[in-house]
Design a protein around this ligand. Sequence first.
Ligand SMILES: *Cc1c(COP(=O)(O)O)cnc(C)c1O
Ligand code: SF4
Length: 426
Amino acid sequence: MNFSEVQNIWDCSKEEWNDWQWQLENSITSVQELEDKFSISDSEAQKIKKAADVFPMSITPYYASLIDFDDDTCPIKQQAIPQSDELKNNNYEMDDPLHEDKDSPVDGLTHRYPDRVLLLVTNKCSMFCRHCTRKRKVGDDEGTVNLEQIKQGIEYIKETPQVRDVLLSGGDPLLIDREILRKIIVELYKIPHVEVVRVGSRLPVVLPQGITDGLVDMLSEITEEHGPVWINTHFNHKKEITAESKEALNKLANAGIPLGNQTVLLRDVNDCPEIIKDLMHQLVQNRVRPYYLYQCDLSRGIEHFRTPIAKGIEVMEHLIGHTSGFSVPRYVVDAPGGGGKIPVSPNYLLSNSNRKTILRNFEGTITVYTEPENQTSNCPPNCNICDNPFVEEEEQNDIGLQKLFSEDNDKISLQSSEREYGNYDS
Ligand SMILES: *Cc1c(COP(=O)(O)O)cnc(C)c1O
Ligand code: SF4
């Protein structure tokens, strides 16, 4: 849509259009507004309304302007406009498939991995993605920013010295009051063991106007005075890479903010190796490092977006070796029930004996790697990292499969009840 088409629909000035607060105030949240602005048939409007009554709709004017309403397969449309498929209920779909609530030692904080936590700072999003895994929470306005809860989360991190990496998520952390956001990050960096703070945000995709000079200045100031702020965003299709989103990414990259991207594999939106490869190439051209390719979760209302895992493997098969290593994300399945992200990949190791390992490459060439005669490979001499007297006894404990590998451990099997992280409610 060019700007005169935009003006025809929204009757706004260029300044208003580029003002993210104006974008938020004018977000489309009712089917009536959609019908007023775009040509939508009555039957389609009815279907949208039914789905939006259950899972609310909110679309920024900017993101709406990218929709091709005449094309039901438009990747932007599918991510933004409610569909009746969302109402199909399947009993294996869950409200909290990743046990983010269950794995919470305090409300709003998930501690599932040894050295990092997820801290939810808001439920607010500028666009409600139809495929959102946190559909149960997004747009439920009772808990927009709950400062008391965030304080409790920070307190937990203070008391938990193994946490060195804090991931701010939501909702969209870049939507909360920016002075509050600054204070949260600065508070986190006051904790001696916090080394990295990351922010997950979809603003560069759905509201790039929100990457203001003020925000960028604030982030580079925090970086200089306290520590790095990594940003992970969420592009799913090349169509989302517009002049506006490029500008937002460019501003962040120029300020030295490391950028990553998490894509969700979505049926009929991007479930094709070429579409994903194209997107990955666009991202690296804009200094964004592809981080994860997610298998779609088992959340309620998103069954129609799910592909078989085989599709993800096929996509990875077309990326690994075929394009630059830094254009290849890691494909992960977030384990239902809260097991965390599990990397899945095509197999490159075909077989092995104690003398030889047989591998195949991306083209299907099969090669043999001859193993060294001396097969013992112990610690390098004079390394004392693991019996360092400054490391607490408890931290030396083996986790997961390490228990089976360990020489000091006589375990021969692992029980799921021995999970170290999560299950705070038991
Ligand atoms: C994804 C995730 C993290 C961050 O993990 P990385 O794989 O290191 O990016 C931390 N906590 C939770 C609960 C997560 O889901
Ligand atoms: S931006 Fe993220 S949290 Fe918000 S609706 Fe989209 S997928 Fe969900």
